[in-house]
Design a binder for this molecule. Sequence first.
Ligand code: NTF
Length: 826
Amino acid sequence: MPKIKKTENYFTQPGVANIGLSKEDIKTSFLEKLFYSLGRIPVVATKNDFYTSLALTVRDRVFRKYVKSLEQYVEEDARGVAYLSAEYLPGPHLGNNLLNLEIMEETREALAELNLNLDEILNEEVEPGLGNGGLGRLASCYMDSLATLGIPSIAYGIRYEFGIFKQEIQDGWQIESTDKWLHNRNPWEVIRPEISFEVKFGGHTEHSRDQDNKLHIEWIPGTEIKGTAFDTPILGYQSNAIILRLWKAEATESFDFAAYNLGDYYRAVEKKMRSENITKVLYPNDENLSGKELRLKQQYFFVCCSLKDIIRLHLLQGRKLETLHEKFTIQLNDTHPSIAVAELMRLLVDVHQMGWEDAWKVTQNTFAYTNHTLLPEALEKWPVNLLRNLLPRHLEIIYEINSRFITEIREKDFSGEQISRMFLIDDRGEPTVRMAHLATVGSYKVNGVSALHSGLLQEQVLKDFAQLWPKKFTNVTNGITHRRFLAVSNPRLAALISENIGKDWLTQLDKLKGLEPFAANKDFRSKWMQVKLENKKNLATHIKELTGIEIKPEMLLDIQVKRIHEYKRQHLKVLHILSLYLQIKKDKQNTVPPTAFVFAGKAAPGYFMAKRIIKLITSVGDLINNDPEVNGTLKVIFLPNFSVKLAQHVYPGADLSEQISMAGKEASGTGNMKFALNGALTVGTLDGANVEIREEVGEENFFLFGLTTEEVADKKKQGYHPYKIYSENENLKRVIDFLISDELTKGDPELFRSVYDNLLNQDPYLLLEDYQSYVDQMENVYKVWQDPEKWAQMSILNVANMGKFSSDRSIKDYCEKIWKVGAVKV
Ligand code: NTF
């Protein structure tokens, strides 16, 4: 094959050159895909056939951009980023790609000429649910910005066959079922059979010396499996595309021939099935990582494939491994990929024969680590015994890193207590490896995800390390892609904004500042609230479809959507709702404006309390929604199966955003940003990025309540007594007692006993402490809501000041503060 080198040559080839973006081009390609890729004609085609044809049409155009980007990266020999994340939540690709290619209207018209409706086709897409929540969605927002900004980059992860479980609500309880997202095929990915690597597990190591007395260590594995790459192009706005490379596990041999020859067909295939298990299913836990062997296998599997691929790409350019850190930086998205520190050492030392010191220098200068949580139960620790069985060589390497590190800090001014706190191995009880310590020692930078969280990280969890290496620690406040979460999902508001301040905000979100003067303009305010009302109608339709419950769009839509977790305090919202309900029922007092309280979010299947909280929400809903005395005023809705797709309907329709975690627990939050960007006002604590949102939008435009992080710490130190608060606050007492009342529990007094007992005896997240402050601030919310002009003004000012929270800003921060990587624009 003759090599076509120059961009101009390649992109003028027939078939490449004529992939156009006009309405006619799109129509032609769409029909071609339908006929020749799917073998269908319109009369017999299903909606899914139409969706697939359109997706393939768009994918061609995205790949064209990707190929161009790639050529440029190679030509400039640019330094690049590899992002390692066990989770991604890209959301539906089609609408976003149409926006980024700027062909939304052309496509709409092309389809209309074929009597097809774009919105219906968009709705066909099943999203890849390859993550649990904020952490996975953040990774996908960052991919959007990496592509848009033209940062040479590649993202690696796991191609889970089943993503996050599907949530149904039956009799008020969460019921899980498998997410078969690949069932209708996935038109966005291409398999790369030639990009595949072997991954070893188990076995033992053999140490030997050669004639020169050089030590050689060989890992003799117990089993080997193969990882194969599946590539999905992720397109930026008016810009480059990057690749999301997900690994699928396969058996190295399809059959165990020995067993097959004995006639034992099933045993022969069993091994294959066992290997493929590794990428079968996503662990549905967020903020709690139990030491499951299969989870460690997943982590090592994708890390091993990704590092081998990075080394392949590096060597392909004719470079030496000693310069790996000059050409690549590898970002560890939490500790999930942190075994990479040991794996890179193994690859450099054992496989590529580099000396330990040189290899350590490369390793320490290659990785950077982002911490996403301070919750002790979420900090990963792997039992030493499990590592010994699964990754015997890595355990040796971790011990070696540990012993060299201890030698290093012994020479410094650290107490014995501090030194043992910093050990990579925790040998109090069953010995475990502290993965956050491994990631910190093996990285050149460590960051938290909001100013508050990064501060706490350095004062608490990694305090000793911050003292040792103060310059290693930094903050990068999270961000969200405003292209997906405003331009794609809220086209009405996006249009109103662009009509008034132009379209520059699509690439520079701080241009929204231009909206500020409009807050004083009555006519603009009325248009603004008209858009909100339309979005609320749309959300009301979805609510009706998903739950059968009708709400009036004029109601105050008060929304909390996120994973269900005690620290996020969905049950604090429930206590507030009950206080309003009891006020109407018992005191015959009605001061609350008509409000629909909307919740959505999944509970980890093994998290007892979180599942109870869902049942509590739905039970309160049943009671209130069926009570004619209150249901004109209050509605309580639990939307099942929260996803990116559903979220895109929720944020635009929200009036009030609930960000009510106990201070110090929510590392950042990103839902808080999505709500505010869509004009919802926030009621929240000084936690995570709420602090910075309030700073940006102004304290007069934010409904603050609750203890601060320091006050929480003081309270706990002094000894916290929830029962005392309960007995001294009549209104609160009535609400808490109602949790075990017959009216709510319908004859099963045990139903919410666990919630009741927990709040009265421990209340680890200080709901009772913050209760009154929350109720009071909600009174204030209602007062402002009665003044629609004021509300509209605050809403506009919120949006106008959201510039900081674009993921473009976050990625620029990563580039400047951490990666030292520059943009390559095509
Ligand atoms: C989450 N962490 C945090 O809980 C959120 O506050 C934050 O917004 C996102 O990360 C993204 O930074 C996790 O999911 C995990 F896994 F670290 F617990």
